[in-house]
Design a protein around this ligand. Structure first.
Ligand code: AMP
Ligand code: MG
Length: 293
């Protein structure tokens, strides 16, 4: 799989209708994909171990999408082989009272992964140019300074720039940022909503608000296009993953994370001469201990 086809080239204006949400590449069905994902998860697990041991870089995976696009399932499946000690997932919901007292980046900064760790953001500060752009009245939740622009178009431009600057800073300080937009069709969202309604075990995932947001589908698609066109950069690129087939979305995501990690060329920390001597000494001590018992 050549995952580069999903990359949004920096400074390029994209239209989502040019991307096929049902694409599955050379894979014909779930069964084929399952085998591949299994071996990818093993690979990912090994790479995570080296990332953790070398403790030089952190990896931040950002997931954004419409409801029912498969963010939760992707996290559950793709990350299933990881060592939980080196992996944290945060889901960002409607901001709390306390969070609203701070700038919009604050709650996310607090959750950034430390060196050696993989951090997953299920939604993120990008909501501030998505749901807030679709519902600009949400801007009034925060007491923005008087100096802030009154023209909301300028606010989004400002935010794209702030986000790009912030991600550049993170990149330059050792955070590898991978951003996935799960591209779901409106029809497939309907199918998944109906399943959430019809299958008792899925009922908890559904609320009437989900239908209300669906009415803003076109506004969301436009907000996503603007976000993707303005915030895909060489240091923090966006990938548009076809999301009508969950099994393919997961494969593509795993593939991209693996190739990012491989490109870092990480290795386990070298054992120093001094440490080698200590190890030899320890071995002798242990062997003698065995001899005594
Ligand atoms: P879910 O991911 O389905 O649990 O829903 C989380 C909800 O929180 C979504 O409707 C998001 O749009 C909303 N949300 C997340 N971040 C923000 C934000 N910064 N401002 C407003 N709503 C948000
Ligand atoms: Mg939801």
């Amino acid at each position: 799989m050549n995952a580069d086809i999903f990359l949004v080239p920096p400074r390029q204006s994209i239209k989502l209708k040019d991307y096929n949400s049902a694409y599955t590449g050379e894979f014909k069905n779930k069964k084929e994909a399952k085998e591949k994902l299994k071996s990818d998860i093993k690979k990912l697990s090994k790479l995570q171990d080296i990332l953790f041991a070398s403790s030089t870089y952190s990896v931040l995976v950002i997931l954004q999408a419409m409801d029912a696009a498969g963010k939760d399932g992707l996290i559950k499946h793709v990350m299933s082989g990881l060592n939980p000690q080196g992996c944290q997932v945060y889901s960002f919901k409607v901001p709390s009272e306390e969070e609203l007292k701070h700038d919009y980046m604050w709650r996310c900064i607090n959750k950034l992964p430390e060196r050696g760790h993989i951090g997953i953001f299920n939604r993120s500060y990008y909501e501030e140019v998505l749901v807030v752009k679709v519902h600009p009245e949400l801007l009034n939740r925060q007491n923005l300074p008087l100096s802030s622009p009154t023209d909301s178009e300028i606010i989004w431009k400002m935010r794209y720039e702030q986000i790009n600057n912030f991600e550049k800073y993170l990149f330059e300080n050792g955070t590898i940022i991978i951003k996935f937009f799960l591209h779901l069709s409106k029809d497939e969202q309907k199918n998944r909503f109906l399943k959430r309604i019809d299958i008792q075990e899925k009922n908890w995932k559904f609320s009437l608000g989900d239908i209300k947001e669906r009415e803003f589908w076109e506004d969301y698609q436009k907000a996503y296009e603007d976000m993707l066109s303005n915030t895909s950069t060489p240091y923090a690129p966006w990938y548009i993953l076809p999301a009508d087939n969950k099994w393919y979305t997961r494969l593509a995501a795993a593939q991209i994370i693996i190739s990012k990690l491989e490109s870092l060329n990480l290795s386990y920390p070298k054992t120093t001469e001094e440490h080698l001597k200590e190890l030899e000494k320890a071995k002798i001590l242990l062997e003698n201990e065995d001899g005594l018992t």
